[in-house]
Design a binder for this molecule. Structure first.
Ligand code: BGC
Length: 743
């Protein structure tokens, strides 16, 4: 009898057997306005190492708070805070703990820009899944990642955090990352909630200056900046973060069109939006609110459900409701959205984090293997004159020089979670373990990252003179990219360029190793180097993968996900620009027009020969599909992975379309002498249509090009096929699988 009574007394929201929406409605129905408003607030707990954001001391965190940014590595402390929320608040609503896990928690993976250069979404997804496990065991349920802002101005420091210049590639890596974090079910033990950020247009901030206004036409918004968000929402991303910037005059954090009409009404997102740090109060600086109260009103009405650290909602929402400016319906809907994410995460049923010893939580052998594999696949061989790499057995002594040769901290890159310098393998250590006694390694720093001190040059030149080849490890400090870390030039500081010029005098082959968070201006360095390997900021495990590339154990397979302009003055340069009215004109007087390395560039130790590409038909209707194939042969002597990029262009359309647009990519390993057939099925609705300024997709009949390697094939989208009997119905729409052909 007693047991029956207690079951009956259990409120529906606490009953795991009730449908989730019923639990949410039951809970919202029991909450006071004050309790509801607290759910819409996030405070920061602990010391924030981000110099741009100072957290206040959160003396007495109300146990009813919706969320905390947990700036601590202690899951026991997290559980204590959670226990207060569960036991001391009237309704026992769990707190949602968030943190910036951008490319790993303690096992730090390569920066996202590097990850995209792997062209291996499955591997990226695996790394995100492993980061989720470490994150969850730290007590964090929610990461503010992935950052999917398309960035075409590498002066902007946050270019490091995203997946490069192309909307399709960013969408693919966004989906991979979301799936990695969230798994198949958010309530599984190792899943965390993703947060797509910064919605939207942040990557376009003027002059590459952080927090600045973005002037984006409706056309580019839909064509370039929104696709990764739509893909992430479709992949089930639980939350989004509104951006700092304004978009053509309307701040993203007060943007009803984006946050409500597009995200919620059109895309049907049922999770919630959190503001970026202080983005609500910043509406005052942006000139659309006179005070914090009005700022809170504007962002809440626009569709920001959670206030990150601003306290505008906790201070003013009640007043705004009492004054009739904010409806209870909107409050209830917003609270329901926050609670939905908590229910999905299973926090009501399992509010506490499993606590395991630090040695089991972090840096497990498998984490390190995946970190090294991802680093390996994201490194890009930019130049390899006379096949100087891999280093031949004639090279017996290698001089390793440069500020990054023994550096550890900077290889972590920006936003490196709880990563520690002590976990990082340096370039020098990676080489030492790869080459053992086979190579005599010598080291001199030569110079530091910047400044004018050339006092180390002589020693560097001396060891270079005694060696058979010189490895110069240059690049950026991790603080040079990330938030509020824009640079007016993307060249390396003069001191680093001077070091190479001096080393050149030693007359030995020079292999340049670059570690940086953005594309670099290499106009002066490139001619001095015989080979260049871009290793980005590889995280904890970059040394061995690089050493593998130098020794030949690893055949490099990374390809650039962002263009390297020749000089800063060429910015913006990206592959999918619209074609110029005078393609032969529009040149600079003083520099070439071509960038140094285009999107997609990257060399291998083998050669791939593309055979003739074929289409299953040369005409199709809107309802049909077309398969295009290309055989690719490894004509070299070592195994290698080739990424095939499929681009489409529409030469005649009602509006000017980009010169070409990536629509599909695939990376496969090919053995020497083997031919692998790559294929792509063109779906007109998905691949040939384009959005207008309202996001409506238009599909116009006419000729299209499909481009693969250096081949360009024409096909036609027709209204009906009756007049064009040439098309074989059997061929159209049949999914031809990639075949492996042995010669
Ligand atoms: C950044 C966000 C980050 C947030 C919380 C902000 O300054 O713009 O990307 O998620 O801080 O740390």
């Amino acid at each position: 009898m007693l047991a029956v009574q207690s079951v009956q007394a259990q409120p529906a929201y606490k009953n795991q057997n009730e449908p989730m929406e019923h639990r949410i409605a039951d809970l919202v129905g029991r909450m006071t306005l004050e309790e509801k408003i607290l759910q819409l607030n996030q405070s920061a707990f602990g010391e924030n190492l981000n110099p741009n954001n100072r957290s206040e001391k959160v003396g007495d965190i109300p146990p009813e708070i919706g969320s905390l940014i947990f700036l601590s590595e202690d899951p026991v402390l997290r559980n204590e805070i959670q226990r207060r929320a569960m036991d001391k608040s009237r309704l026992g609503i769990p707190i949602l703990f968030g943190f910036d896990v951008i490319h790993g928690m303690r096992t730090v993976y390569p920066i996202p820009l590097a990850q995209a250069c792997s062209w291996n979404p499955a591997l990226v997804s695996q790394a995100a899944g492993m980061a989720a496990r470490e994150t969850k065991l730290t007590g964090i349920d929610w990461t503010f990642s992935p950052m999917i802002d398309i960035a075409r101005d590498p002066r902007w420091g946050r270019v490091a955090e995203g997946f490069g210049e192309d909307p399709y590639a960013a969408s693919a890596f966004c989906v991979a990352t979301v799936r990695g974090y969230q798994g198949t079910n958010l309530s599984k033990p190792n899943s965390i909630a993703a947060c797509l950020k910064h919605f939207a247009g942040y990557g376009m901030s003027e002059g590459g200056r952080d927090y600045h206004a973005s002037d984006i036409s409706a056309q580019s918004l839909w064509e370039t900046y929104l696709p990764p968000y739509e893909a992430g929402v479709k992949a089930g991303a639980a939350t989004l973060m509104s951006a700092f910037n304004d978009i053509s005059g309307v701040p993203a954090t007060a943007n009803h069109y984006l946050l409500t009409e597009v995200l919620k009404q059109r895309w049907g997102h049922d999770g919630f939006v959190v503001s970026d740090w202080n983005a609500i109060e910043q509406l005052i600086a942006q000139g659309v609110a006179k005070d914090r109260k009005q700022a809170g009103l504007k962002s809440f009405q626009a569709g920001v459900e959670m206030d990150m650290v601003d306290r505008a909602y906790s201070d003013y929402l009640k007043e705004l409701v009492d004054e009739g400016k904010v409806s209870m319906d909107l409050i209830n809907e917003s609270v329901a959205r926050v609670l939905r994410v908590k229910f999905r995460l299973g926090l009501f049923d399992q509010p506490y984090t499993t606590t395991v010893a630090e040695s089991e939580r972090y840096l497990q052998p498998v984490d390190k293997i995946v970190a090294a594999k991802l680093a390996e696949e994201s490194m890009v061989l930019l130049k390899n004159e006379k096949e100087i790499l891999p280093l031949s057995s004639k090279i017996k002594a290698l001089a390793i020089i440069g500020p990054l040769a023994k550096d550890k901290a900077n290889l972590l890159g920006c936003w490196s979670g709880n990563g520690k310098e002590q976990d990082v393998e340096s370039i020098f250590d990676g080489l030492a373990s790869e080459f053992g006694t086979r190579l005599k390694l010598s080291y001199a720093r030569g110079c530091v990252f910047d400044g004018e001190d050339e006092s180390g040059f002589d020693e560097a030149v001396a060891i270079a003179s005694r060696a058979d080849a010189v490895l110069v490890c240059l690049g950026e400090k991790k603080s040079w990219s990330g938030e509020n870390a824009s640079r007016s030039t993307i060249a390396l500081p003069v001191i680093q360029e001077k070091l190479v010029a001096r080393l050149k005098l030693a007359g030995k082959p020079i292999v340049l190793v670059l570690s940086n968070g953005r594309p670099l201006e290499l106009q002066r360095l490139e001619p001095m180097a015989n080979a260049i390997v871009e290793i980005w900021q590889p995280g904890i495990a970059g040394g061995t993968p690089l050493a593998g590339i130098l020794s030949g154990r690893v055949n490099p397979s990374g390809r650039l996900a962002i263009t390297f302009p020749l000089t800063t003055g060429q910015i913006p340069t990206y592959y999918n620009m619209r074609t110029s009215a005078r393609p032969w004109g529009g040149k600079y007087q003083d520099i070439p027009t071509e960038p140094l390395y285009w999107f997609g560039h990257g060399l291998s130790y083998t050669t791939f020969k593309y055979g003739k590409a074929t289409l299953s038909a040369d005409k199709l209707t809107r309802a049909q599909k077309l398969t295009v194939q290309v055989p690719v042969k490894n004509t070299g002597t070592v195994k290698g992975a080739e990424t095939v990029f499929w681009y489409i262009s529409d030469p005649v359309c009602s509006i000017s379309r980009p010169g070409k647009e990536l629509k599909f990519f695939q990376k496969k390993e090919i053995n020497p002498g083997e031919t692998v057939v790559f294929s792509f099925e063109i779906d007109p609705q998905r691949d040939l249509s384009y959005p207008d300024g309202k996001g409506k997709r238009l599909l116009e009949a006419g000729d299209f090009y499909i481009q693969v390697g250096n081949q360009k094939l024409t096909f036609e989208l027709v209204e009906n096929l009756r007049s064009t009997a040439a098309v074989s119905a059997a061929a159209i729409g049949s999914q031809i699988k990639a075949k492996t052909v042995k010669d």
